[in-house]
Design a protein around this ligand. Sequence first.
Ligand code: ATP
Length: 382
Amino acid sequence: MTSPAESIPNVEGFHVHLGTPDELPVSRETHAEVRSSSRQPQSLCSRGYLDHVARAKFGDIIGDSPALKIALNLVSLVAPTNSSVMILGETGTGKELIARAIHNLSGRRERAFVKLNCAAIPLGLLESELFGHEKGAFTGAVAQKTGRFELAHKGTLFLDEVGDIPLELQAKLLRVLQEQEFERLGSNRTNKVDVRLIAATHRDLAAMVKQNSFREDLYYRLKVFPITVPALRRRAEDIPKLVWHFTKLYGQRMNKSIDAIPTETMDALVKYRWPGNIRELQNFIERAVILSPHTVLRAPTSELEQFGVHEGSSLPMTLLNEVERDHIVRALEASNWVVGGRNGAAERLGMKRTSLVYRMRKLRIYRPISIPKTSAFEGCAS
Ligand SMILES: Nc1ncnc2c1ncn2[C@@H]1O[C@H](COP(=O)(O)OP(=O)(O)OP(=O)(O)O)[C@@H](O)[C@H]1O
């Protein structure tokens, strides 16, 4: 677990571990990071030394389950190369942390790590965000703008939700990946860039290729080295460490020293399926710390029971159930957890709404706590 003496929270709530530059490359990012100036020398020996090295390599990626180790091993292998990496995994599994680790372990670590969430940018602005524009290139382009590719020159560009890039932009993205050149909107001048691309998505890009909504050539260009970040339910053995990590993190922030977690609480947290993965767990623990008046964590685990998500009761999860479950969860995520209607998950899956609701009950699929309720789903959550 992270010791407060060795790390400090940065502006995004991640911890930045302190070490010598050789031990711990830290990215120079486009946004500010708070750093401590007082570096304490550490005594390194045997197990402690190995822990230190592992921490230095993977920053704040908590967990040592076999499933996570497989992913981290791939990170170590690909980081020193210049190859594109595709990070796959459900929402909240830590794809961005993995992307940062690849950058921090690469020869580009002294240069920028630039991030763009393609799903968060209105479609009309995405091209200008990626490639920049000249003044007057379109209505509202009152000044010249540098795009993310230029900002990431010599560094790493992390394109989150790459499956949300519209077809018409995919050709331009493929060109910059293959030729390392592009033009800003409204300019004829060709810019050369040297950027390593890391892409992430929770979508099924192979299925999108089949449906002609994602270019096949771009898919293969991006998929040079895929890394799948396992869902939290596939590495439940990491949950206690994560729970302690977030309890300490929020405890420090809220000036509370929580040093005990009841066994029943930890059992409930380990059994819950965490459809929103580590982000959902993190938000839940933040709430639990707020609710804890003393030194014992008081977590509202009845909420988890209310969502009916404890494992191990009626349904033994077979591999087939798991596959079906994952498929349904992906469709629900893609439709923002709306079940019925024209853009709902049932339509995407080619099922009747009532059949989907039935399958969701059977497979115990529930909306993550952090996502606001939609009337379409209320019937299932009770
Ligand atoms: N192994 C881990 N150890 C500690 N914190 C983690 C770990 N994995 C993820 N987190 C935390 O969980 C939150 C979600 O992680 P992150 O944003 O990397 O997920 P993501 O897969 O990129 O999500 P999305 O698909 O929604 O973009 C972050 O606050 C991150 O710090």
